[in-house]
Design a protein. Structure first.
Length: 77
């Protein structure tokens, strides 16, 4: 098994100054979908500081590893 981690900051997904209500809603839906996908893969939140969430997932499943890497997770060495 390998451990994959990332620091996830949903706030960085939003551009409050240059966006419309519709794009804010679409971005929020994207953030929620990311979190749902992470939950399906068994990702756990390790800590939360100022809205930045440390997340990790321990897996040996090659398909899960590909999905985790797509979401920005990196293997801990």
């Amino acid at each position: 098994m390998s451990l994959y981690t990332t620091r996830y900051n949903p706030n960085s997904e939003f551009d409050i100054e240059n966006t419309s209500i519709d794009s804010l809603i679409m971005t929020a839906e994207g953030v929620l979908q990311d979190l749902k996908d992470m939950k399906k893969l068994g990702v756990v939140a390790d800590d939360n500081q100022d809205g930045v969430i440390g997340m990790s997932c321990e897996t040996a499943d090659p398909l899960a590893i590909v999905e985790l890497k797509k979401m920005g997770f990196e293997e801990e060495k």
